[in-house]
Structures are given as C-alpha cells and as structure tokens.
Ligand binder design. Structure first.
Ligand code: DLL
Length: 433
C-alpha cells in the first residue's frame, strides 16, 4: 500500500488546489470572524476566488494575528468538533495555539506516513522518536505518522542521550528522528562510547531547525548512516511532516495537494521566480480547525520547478535557508546566521558548532565575537592562526570584522532541542535572533 499518490499529475494537482482554495476561503469566511473581517477589509468575497492566480488578491495572515486572537486564533469550527490543540511558543508574547478536528489529525498522519514512505522505510523499521511530546507538535506528529505507516514507534521523547543509546541498542532501532542538534549530540555520544558496531540505525530524519552542511556531514560520518532526511514543518501547518527530501536529496518534496506554497519577496510581497530565495507563505486546502490563508512563515527558501528523478509527483522547495526575522544588523551590515555558517562550513580544521555574540564596547562601537570549536579529529594547531583564518574568511565573504575564539571540541553546549546561535548582548539584552 502506498501513501504517496503516484498517479497524481499536474492537471489533477491543479484541480485539487483550486477546489481546495475555494473551499478554504469559503470555510474561513463563513466560520471565522477573524477571516470574515480580513476578507471584508480587502473587499473580497469567497466567490471572487475563481482560479489559482486569484490567491494573489487574498490578504496575508501573520504571527501577530495569531497572538492578538489568543487563545483560539483562526478557529473556524465549533468547539465540539475540536479534538486537540497544539501550541508553539512565540519568541515574544503568547503561544500560537492551533485547533485540530479529527479530519485534520487524520490528514496530518496520512501526509506524515508519506514522509516515512519517501524515506524508504518499511513496516519492519523501528523508529526511535527523540523529539518532545506535549503541546509541541513534534513527538505526536512523528508517532501518529509512524503508526499510520505501520512501522514500530519507540517513543522516547527528549530523554537523555544515555537512555537513547541504551534503547537504540536494545530495541534494534533502524530510524532515528530528532532535531538536528539532538542528532549531533547522539552521534557524538555513540562515537564516544564506541557503540557504532552495536547499533542498527541506517536513517536519520531530522528537522525543526536550520542546520549546516558541515553538521549533517558530521552526523552522517559519526553514525555511519546511509541517509539523513530533512523534514520540514511548523505548528501552524499541522506540525512536522509537511515535506521531506527523497533519497536523491535534491530538495524537499511537499504535499501540494494539501497546501499551496508561495515564495515571495518579503519586502514587496510579490512572488519571486523559481529558484530565487524569498519568504515561504502557506495556504491550506483542507484544514478545518485553524485554516491558513497566506500565512507568512518568515522562513526563507526557494521553489524549484524541475521534476525530481525519483518519480514522486510532488513539487520541491529548497531546505530552509534561514528566517527573515533572524537577520541582525552589525556595523550597518545585515547578516543572517546562515551566511556565517556557510563560511564556517568551508573552513578546514573547525567543527560544525558555533555561536555568535554581539556586544557593545564602551566607545559605543559594536563588536561581534564568533565562537567556534576545533574539529574533533584535528590535532591541536596554532589557535591564533586558525582564528585569524576564520576572521579573514568572514571579512572576505561578509565584509565585516569580527573576533574569533577557538574552543576545544565539545566546549559549546549540545542540546536536545533547537540550538541558539545568536546572542545579542547589546543594550543589555540577550535575545535569540
Ligand atoms: O519545529 C515542527 C517540527 C518538529 C519540524 C520536528 C520538524 C521536526 P515549530 O516549533 O512551530 O514546529 O517551529 C517551526 O521551525 O518555521 C522553521 O523556522 C523551523 N523548522 C522546522 N523544520 C525545519 C527544517 C516545528 N527542516 C519552525 N529546517 C519553522 C529548518 C526548520 N528549519
């Protein structure tokens, strides 16, 4: 049995999308006062949506709308039809709470099952889930998808690395699912305790945070896995499982029969051409509890228009390259953390972990300190020289001066959750950028 509809073609997909779009706008307009007001303000009524192109007339929804409408933003069904809520913490303000009907839960499990199928799992696989359960969508998303797919879930959640190692060996785990940070932590733990020959893990599915090529390469090397799959998702759009890269790793296939992805220029909010970076904006096609109309994710990616040779009839977007809101300004230069790790990933002798600290000198001038670790198998070399090499590369590629501190391998904190990379100490506030 296949969860991926291999008989889907572009015409069928377009038809599903236009019907879903019309249904969503009608459903939202008639069942959510928030959306009714939004559409009325834009001078639009559901019957104005006649083609896919009409999506461009629809107003945007943003995370501030969700916070203002707390506790049940975007709710478009009566409470008796809501079977569950999930929430993710905003960096500021109230949580973003989403409502799920039974149908929403079923759709989510179905599309998640597609992810496992795309990663090449079979029902014989044993899937160790190392992400949090509870209000967060992560744990239950991986689990419900695994049960729908029919593999065996080993639902540990964010237990300590020691317990994960023990269960991995004893349960004969073949697939490990976690954040990128947790996968690195586990890979190092397995390496440290020389467990590689005792484990059977051949695939890792990771997501929830942007991660560098260097980090993926390190995890792959230490855990000896065949494939690392990148899974995308966000609480507002069901949770994890909205797409995954296939074993060709050309991009993330996303389930376009359940949502429309647009990539827009974050300033003009107009679509950018295929292949060009912009902000991902999502519209759901069948979500009942909390439908999304042009929801601004603030995630940066690009859409691809070429078909993948794997034969999966779904379009692809690139990995998440950063967030429009994680940019910081340093000495009048706009910098994304991804630019820094892009530079670091190409320098020999350093590890994949890094932190960026922004401070203000007494003179009022900003300074940036980049802390990086020595690569694990690097014989201790002249740190001053290495630090200078890193600073020079940053100056060459990003055009700013910074101070580089080289730490011993493993000195930066490892986390089971999402890693914080930027620490802005300017104006006495430490914020996650
Ligand atoms: O992080 C859902 C999830 C859990 C996805 C586990 C994958 C694995 P939120 O906490 O709502 O939901 O955070 C969503 O995380 O907007 C992205 O900025 C980031 N993100 C999620 N997946 C990826 C990924 C979950 N594969 C936010 N690569 C999103 C990079 C990711 N960033």
């Amino acid at each position: 049995m296949s969860f991926i509809p291999y008989d889907l073609n572009d015409d069928k997909l377009k038809k599903i999308q236009i019907e879903g779009l019309k249904w969503t706008v009608d459903h939202a307009y008639n069942n959510s006062l928030f959306y009714k007001n939004k559409l009325d303000d834009a001078g639009l009524r559901p019957e104005d949506i006649r083609s896919l192109k009409d999506i461009e007339h629809l107003p945007f929804t943003d995370k501030d709308d969700l916070q203002q409408e707390y506790p049940f933003p975007l709710r478009a069904v009566p409470f008796e039809d809501i079977v569950r809520i999930h929430a993710s913490s905003g960096t500021t303000g109230k949580r973003k709470v989403m409502c799920y009907t039974q149908k929403d839960i079923d759709v989510w499990a179905d599309i998640f099952a597609r992810c496992y199928e795309l990663a090449g799992l079979t029902r014989k696989d044993r899937v160790q889930i190392a992400v949090g359960y509870g209000l967060w969508t992560a744990g239950v998303g991986f689990q419900a998808g695994c049960e729908r797919f029919g593999a065996m879930a080993v639902p540990l959640g964010p237990a300590n690395a020691e317990m994960h190692c023990e269960m991995m060996v004893d349960m004969g785990t073949t697939v490990f699912c976690s954040t990128a940070s947790m996968a690195l932590l586990m890979a190092e733990e397995i390496h440290k305790h020389n467990l590689l020959s005792s484990i059977k893990v051949n695939k890792i599915i990771l997501g929830a945070e942007r991660h560098s090529i260097a980090m993926r390469a390190r995890i792959k090397e230490l855990m000896g896995v065949d494939h690392i799959f990148d899974i995308y998702g966000l609480t507002e759009l069901y949770g994890p499982g909205t797409g995954l890269d296939c074993s060709h790793h050309n991009g993330i296939h996303y389930w376009a029969d359940h949502f429309i992805f647009e990539v827009l220029d974050p300033k003009t909010l107009k679509p950018v051409p295929y292949g060009q970076q912009g902000e991902l904006v999502v519209t759901t096609l069948s979500k009942e509890g909390s439908p999304l109309i042009r929801y601004r994710t603030h995630d940066v990616t690009r859409l691809f228009d070429q078909k993948c040779s794997c034969g999966v009839p779904f379009p692809m977007h690139d990995r998440i390259l950063g967030r429009t809101d994680d940019m910081f300004i340093y000495r009048a230069v706009n910098i994304y953390p991804s630019q820094i790790d892009h530079v670091l990933s190409r320098i020999n002798g350093i590890g994949s972990e890094f932190q960026i600290h922004l401070k203000q000198r007494e003179s009022g001038r900003d300074m940036m300190i980049i802390k990086v670790e020595l690569g694990s198998d690097v014989v201790k070399e002249d740190n001053i020289n290495l630090a200078e090499r890193v600073a020079t590369e940053i100056r060459r590629k990003i055009l700013v001066r910074c101070r580089v501190e080289i730490l011993d391998h493993g000195d930066l904190p490892r986390t089971q959750r999402k890693s914080q990379r930027v620490f802005d100490h300017r104006n006495n506030s430490t914020t996650e950028a």
